[in-house]
Design a protein around this ligand. Structure first.
Ligand SMILES: Nc1ncnc2c1ncn2[C@@H]1O[C@H](COP(=O)(O)OP(=O)(O)OP(=O)(O)O)[C@@H](O)[C@H]1O
Ligand SMILES: [Mg+2]
Length: 460
């Protein structure tokens, strides 16, 4: 079977094309929409009853559920674990023995990975230790892709023999990091033992889906704005189902960045970050507050390296009751639910003028109003970055804004009103068309996979 895979930062989808109809596959039985699977991986540590098995892996909504059920609300406890002794040579050539060990989180149920795609460009990400086994980013991505392929084969009752996979136009602003990400993604596909595969820039895929039924000589701009990147392509259609790419551009700005803006702009004050410390009224330590920008780095704060600092702040801050909330956030693993609350609030702001980020659990009480104008203020730098990217793509196609007949919006973040407004100002409301935000790219990838000539071209 020939399939298209949109391997997204936040969500993944798979489609097949039979020459007339595109079908999206129900990849995730645990998801409210089974055709859209969260791009996640949970590696279980394994319980005393060996359920789940140590090292057992889960993807999609089930990965999040497993992590949340077993992890949120538990108290993290570190203890020294002995790994035995190692032989060392001292400076005189004598053999000495040294005990080795590490501080281990005693009852961690497993590791959850999200936004794996964003780590592909991170040259500092060498590997990460998962219960004693080092995993490279390529290996983690390969595990997810392989599990997706296994699911596809069960659903279709057939082997996957060819795959076209989406990729951002640019993973990174830095061309070297871009190349690292491309090489790693290729290696991940090899490790996943994919038979035949090729990559297609994600907005080009959405353009393929659109061009299938478009009239001739349209100039269409695809605005694909997801969780990790904004990707743009400008095409001209031939009226026979085909199209030609006039330009491409992209920037590593997406929904994850906007969640961070809300967290850093509106929620830090609930954790004592605006308090003064000690008699000298020093500012709150940045080593702690900087780590509140992602749930994964909130998790890092539970390490014994940081906990004494937080304990100390409890006694020296002018707002100890708020530092106490920070301690619960870190120590009882409320980072992921907090970020989910932030993401949900951001999504609601696409329809509502104001909403609250709420969290009420033992030890944490947060009710923070966020108004749309304030959210737009926080993401002002992102709106400017995205607008500049659009203007570059139009100029690279040797066109002006007036020449664009259609603006196709896809990707979850393309629903944010500030970006719709920015596009409408440039291209006019008559040009605006929304494609399915979560499956527009996957549909085009499936069509591309079914087309032998197109596929051969991609492999070059
Ligand atoms: N209605 C909405 N308003 C604002 N943001 C939304 C909305 N719906 C979803 N999002 C955001 O869109 C992002 C996910 O979109 P999408 O599934 O298109 O990304 P992706 O394809 O996984 O990522 P990428 O293409 O960047 O790798 C998330 O950040 C999510 O919070
Ligand atoms: Mg996407």
């Amino acid at each position: 079977m020939y399939v298209g895979l949109d391997f997204g930062t936040t969500n993944s989808s798979v489609s097949i094309y039979d020459g007339s109809t595109v079908t999206l596959l129900p990849l995730d039985p645990f998801s409210a929409n089974p055709r859209v699977m969260r791009t996640t991986l949970f590696v279980a540590r394994g319980g005393t009853d060996r359920k789940p098995e140590p090292g057992e892996r889960f993807i999609g909504r089930e990965a999040i559920n497993r992590f949340t059920q077993a992890n949120v609300g538990r108290t993290i406890e570190y203890a020294w674990q002995d790994f035995g002794k190692t032989e060392l040579l001292d400076g005189n050539g004598a053999v000495i023995f040294q005990s080795i060990g590490a501080l281990i989180d005693q009852n961690i149920p497993g590791r959850l990975f999200q936004s794996l795609k964003s780590h592909l460009r991170d040259s500092d990400f060498v590997d990460t230790n998962v219960f004693g086994t080092p995993y490279r980013i390529e290996e983690l991505v390969a595990i997810v892709i392989r599990m997706i392929v296994d699911r596809i084969e069960v659903i279709l009752g057939n082997k996957v023999t060819r795959m076209v996979i989406g990729r951002p136009v640019h993973y990174s602003h830095n061309p070297d990091h871009d190349q690292i990400a491309i090489d790693r993604m290729r290696e991940a596909c090899q490790l996943a033992a994919l038979p035949q595969f090729a990559f297609l820039p994600e907005p080009n895929a959405a353009a393929v889906a659109y061009a299938r039924t478009a009239p001739a000589d349209q100039r269409a701009l695809v605005f694909d704005f997801g969780g990790g990147t904004l990707d743009v392509t400008i095409i001209t259609t031939d009226g026979k189902g085909g199209s030609r790419v006039l330009s491409n551009d992209g920037v590593p700005v997406g929904g994850d960045v906007m969640d961070q803006r809300i967290m850093m702009g509106k929620l830090l004050s609930h954790f004592g970050v605006e308090s003064k410390i000690g008699r000298q009224r020093m500012p709150f330590p940045a080593a702690i507050s900087d780590r509140l920008s992602e749930w994964q780095s909130i998790f890092e704060l539970s390490h014994p390296k940081y906990m004494p600092v937080i304990e100390d702040l409890l006694h020296t801050s002018t707002q100890p009751e708020l530092v106490a909330q920070l301690k619960v956030l870190v120590n009882q693993n409320y980072g992921l639910p907090l970020f989910e609350a932030v993401e949900h609030a951001k999504v609601r702001l696409s329809n509502d003028e104001r909403t609250n980020v709420s969290m009420h659990v033992p030890g944490i009480d947060i009710e923070q109003l966020i108004e749309r104008w304030d959210f737009e203020r926080l993401i002002g730098p992102d709106i400017r970055t995205v607008a500049a990217c659009i203007d570059r793509a139009v100029a690279a196609a040797n066109l002006s804004h007036n020449d664009i007949n259609v603006v196709l919006r896809t990707g979850g973040s393309s629903r944010i009103p500030a970006f719709v407004r920015m596009l409408t100002q440039r291209f006019g409301s008559a040009a605006m068309v929304e494609m399915d935000p979560f499956t527009g790219v996957a549909q085009g990838l499936g069509i591309a996979a079914a087309d032998d000539a197109f596929f051969a071209q991609l492999q070059k």
